[in-house]
Design a protein around this ligand. Structure first.
Ligand code: ADP
Length: 369
């Protein structure tokens, strides 16, 4: 296990592109961290700086208290798994797993022991004599993870390791990687653009935005219930959070489609007077019955989509040019009729306001549960 510390770490590529800005973070021994964000936001660059495959342009990076900026990759105690699993096609699973150890000149007996132990963790014992072409994508990815795992490192780096798998295999491998992490305990940094993957696997998540800017670092719970800004609010959660643009007038959130008393959901109403704001709520947070502490909103149902355990309702709030599209999740037994009006309720404790200019969340005393 290893403890990592980043102090104002920056990456500027030789062509002048500033790919990571002031990355600051402490990662505890054994934590599982996901770096998440859209393509090109600097996730892989950050991972490659940890691996020692890219120079750090400015700032400091420590491994177990030792400044590691100049440390060679070999001395960092890392193993890396990439998106393309790149197994040797002419070698069996056993030989693929043993390859690195054989190169290091380790005794056959010890290699045998390590290969068997690794295969057991990954459920590959019955496949050791097979060649990669006779394996499924999920099994190939497991061998790739095994090749990294067999080296008993203290830092495990993974760059989109599941993106070549189909949806079903991804879900299975997600929980397998979590289990492996639990049994091996290595500090793990995992890069993905998939927020569901990040939410389900991480102890903590780093949300990054294009240009290499960290938006928020927190547990999945913190990011989901207490997003710091519009970007994080919109990125975490599926379907995404609903946003309605408007302004604060006379203590109310006013858009051309609705008017809501914001006193119950913000600390200082007066300070907001006249400000442009965004009212927000999650599709799954709405209720169908009238609650005392909620907002009642009238909508018009454009389309419903039964998913089985839930129905997605695509509706509009307001009319004409001010019409806002919203997505609502409802119990399928209470699916509203398409082409009809539909009243729903947003609990105060599931309502958010963001400053439309700074895009930061507006402070609130509300406990979100
Ligand atoms: P992500 O992993 O989030 O998709 P990357 O870290 O791969 O993003 O890339 C971040 C940004 O840096 C991108 O805009 C990419 O084009 C740029 N970039 C990556 N590698 C280089 C390089 N060697 N030289 C110049 N720019 C690069």
């Amino acid at each position: 296990m290893a403890h990592l510390l980043f102090k104002d770490v920056n990456k500027v590529y030789p062509n002048g592109y500033h790919a990571v800005h002031d990355f600051n973070m402490e990662i505890k021994d054994g934590e599982f961290i996901c770096l998440v964000g859209d393509s090109g936001c600097g996730k892989s660059t950050t991972l490659r700086m940890i691996a020692g495959l890219e120079d750090i342009t400015a700032g400091e990076f420590y491994i177990d208290g030792k400044l590691a900026n100049q440390m060679s990759s070999r001395d960092r105690g890392i193993a890396m798994v990439f998106q393309s699993y790149a197994l040797y096609p002419h070698l069996t699973v056993y030989e693929n797993l043993a390859f690195g150890l054989t190169l290091e000149g380790i005794d056959d007996d010890i290699i045998e022991e390590k290969v068997q132990a690794t295969a057991k963790i990954l459920g590959l014992t019955d496949y050791l004599e097979r060649f990669p072409r006779a394996l499924s994508g999920g099994q190939c990815q497991r061998v790739a993870v095994g090749r990294a795992l067999i080296r008993k490192v203290s830092i495990f780096l993974m760059d989109e390791p599941l993106s070549n798998l189909d949806a079903k295999q991804r879900v299975t491998m997600r929980s397998e990687i979590k289990q492996i992490h639990r049994s091996v305990g290595a500090t793990t940094i995992y890069v993905t653009h998939d927020q569901t993957e990040a939410m389900t696997m991480s102890d903590r998540i780093v949300v990054m935005k294009s240009g290499g800017y960290v938006q928020q670092i927190g547990t999945p719970y913190e990011l989901y219930f207490y997003p710091k800004n519009l970007f994080v609010a919109g990125f975490i959660g599926e379907p995404p959070m609903n946003f309605i643009r408007g302004s604060v007038e006379g203590g109310k959130f006013v858009s051309s489609s609705i008017s809501l008393d914001i006193k119950p959901v913000v600390k200082d109403v007066k300070a907001l007077e006249g400000k442009k704001v965004v009212f927000a709520f999650r599709p799954e947070a709405i209720e169908l019955g009238a609650k005392t502490s909620s907002y009642a909103v009238d909508s018009y149902v454009e389309l419903t989509e039964l998913l089985g355990d839930t129905t997605n309702v695509y509706a509009t709030v307001g009319e004409g040019e001010s019409k806002t599209n919203v997505i609502l999740k409802v119990n399928p037994h209470h699916t509203p009729t398409m082409g009809a009006n539909f009243k729903f309720y947003i609990p105060h404790n599931a309502s958010y306001l963001f400053d439309a200019e700074t895009e930061e969340v507006i402070e609130s005393d509300i406990k979100r549960h």
